[in-house]
Design a protein around this ligand. Structure first.
Ligand code: FA5
Length: 457
């Protein structure tokens, strides 16, 4: 292993010290060598040998050789740094030699003066500490158990002190130790809080950065149709009500003038629930019309309601059929409601929903609960009425079924059929949405393919 004399004989660059870290390592080696030598020499009572070897004579001592061999030969870029390291080493060695020399103090005043020098040296050193590593080094240098300055002072000043100053030395040493400990602690707190502030400043949120873009969902096309239809009828003074999807045959059929074995049940034959013995059977409602009866049972005219909701039928799924689909029922009952009111309402709705150019026509039809009954057709939205594949060249598209409420239905809800009249309609939400957006397959609504759904965002 190289001795310190070998080391300082060679320029720093030869020792591989070509950056600040490597330079610091070499100075730390020199410091460690000094501490070891001083420790050995002090035990043998020859601390002066170390002083003479490291600090005197001028030009020959180790510190001066370090200056000429290491600092002066260092390239300009690193020289200033090496100079600072040397300065630090000088202070380190100086203070230890000072603490190793016997205390020349006859009075308490001179004791105080000696300790004041130590305190000044310590305060200067601690003020130069900029991080936790510096603090650690200073802490060991002053409080270290084997060669810290406080230990040296205890060994070299207190132990051999003359009786008349011993007490003063002991007290001053205690004060110095307390000062060193307190100052190290408060400097540590300062450095930690400064580091925290810096970290906080670094981590502060940059509000100018673009945010995280989260894909937004959109309303399902059927929901959009619901909302559009509700908007139109709310503007006409209708209210929105909802009813049960599980119905009794009475509300789904009988009260709507569709008795058992009536052929009109055939195309609605549906999903029945197994009912407990004696309980009324239940079925999944096949249309929203039961809510006509349920509403009129509860409410005297005037009635103006729409009923959006799910319905179920035993239909095979295809491009225009589902076994579950949506309807919006409409019902208006009051005194003096005529077929003209019905026609005006239907025309207004179709124009609002499909656009002002669309014309409507009424075709005779049949529903057991309306009389007369009609199918409402609109001029084809795809060809404008000229005839195309969608409208099978007819120029017309079937929209929904409707009619004037059959007086037989009023009989089930105790309305006076001579006094009140009204109309009802049942819109198929999937079909109306198909027409509005030119969707060729009803099954697309329920397949959850975002490529389809995104088109309605
Ligand atoms: C009825 O359900 C009557 N309750 C409508 C009504 C109400 C008439 C009030 C008079 C007064 P219909 O079975 O035609 O009628 O069905 C109404 C609409 O539901 C149809 O025009 C169609 O748009 C839609 N629809 C019927 N079956 C299906 C199905 N399987 N899939 C999707 N839509 C359907």
């Amino acid at each position: 292993m190289n001795t310190i004399d070998d080391l300082i004989a060679r320029p720093l660059a030869d020792l591989g010290a070509t950056d600040t870290v490597a330079v610091s390592v070499r100075f730390a080696q020199a410091e460690a060598a000094f501490v070891a030598e001083l420790g050995r020499a002090s035990k043998e009572g020859r601390w002066e040998d170390i002083r003479d070897r490291w600090m005197r004579p001028q030009g020959q001592c180790i510190l001066d050789r370090i200056d000429s061999n290491w600092v002066q030969s260092t390239p300009a870029t690193l020289r200033q740094y090496a100079q600072l390291e040397l300065q630090r080493l000088r202070a380190f060695i100086g203070i230890r030699l000072f603490a190793s020399a016997p205390l020349q103090a006859e009075t308490s005043d001179s004791v105080e003066g000696a300790f004041k020098n130590l305190r000044i040296a310590f305060d200067k050193e601690i003020a130069g500490c900029t991080d936790a590593t510096d603090l650690g080094v200073s802490s060991i240098a002053w409080l270290g158990r084997t060669s810290g300055v406080i230990k040296l002072v205890g060994d070299n000043w207190l132990k051999p002190a003359k009786p008349e100053v011993k007490r003063a030395v002991g007290q001053a040493l205690n004060e110095l130790k307390a000062h060193v400990e307190a100052a190290l602690e408060s400097r540590r707190a300062e450095i930690e809080s400064a580091a925290e502030q810096t970290a906080l400043a670094r981590e502060r949120e940059d509000l100018s950065l673009p945010g995280v873009v989260r894909p937004l969902g959109s309303r399902h096309p059927l929901r959009q149709t619901f909302e559009e239809i509700e908007r139109i009828f709310l503007s006409l003074g209708y209210t929105v009500v909802s009813g049960p999807e599980m119905e009794t045959p009475y509300y789904n059929f009988e009260a709507l003038n569709i008795p058992e074995h009536h052929p009109a049940r055939d195309n609605m034959d549906t999903f029945y629930m197994a009912a407990p013995l004696g309980a009324a059977p239940l079925l999944l409602r096949t249309h929203t019309s039961p809510m006509q009866v349920r509403t009129m049972e509860k409410q005297k005219p005037p009635v103006r309601i729409i009923v959006p909701g799910k319905v179920y039928r035993r239909d095979n799924p295809d491009a225009t059929h589902g076994f579950m689909f949506h309807q919006i029922e409409g019902l208006a009952v009051d005194t003096g409601i005529t077929f003209c009111d019905f026609k005006g309402t239907v025309e207004y709705f179709v124009r609002e929903f499909l656009g002002p150019k669309v014309k409507t026509r009424l075709r005779p039809s049949y529903f057991p609960f309306t009389e007369p009954s009609v199918e409402v057709d609109a001029t084809c939205v795809f060809c404008g009425g000229k005839g195309c594949n969608v409208c099978k060249q007819s120029g017309w598209i079937e929209l929904f079924g409707a009619g004037m409420v059959d007086p037989a239905v009023y009989g089930f809800v105790n309305y006076d059929a001579k006094k009140f009249s009204g109309f009802a309609f049942g819109l198929g939400v999937e079909r109306l949405t198909q027409l509005k957006y030119n969707i060729n397959d009803l099954q697309l609504y329920f397949q959850n393919d975002v490529r389809f759904l995104r088109q309605f965002a």
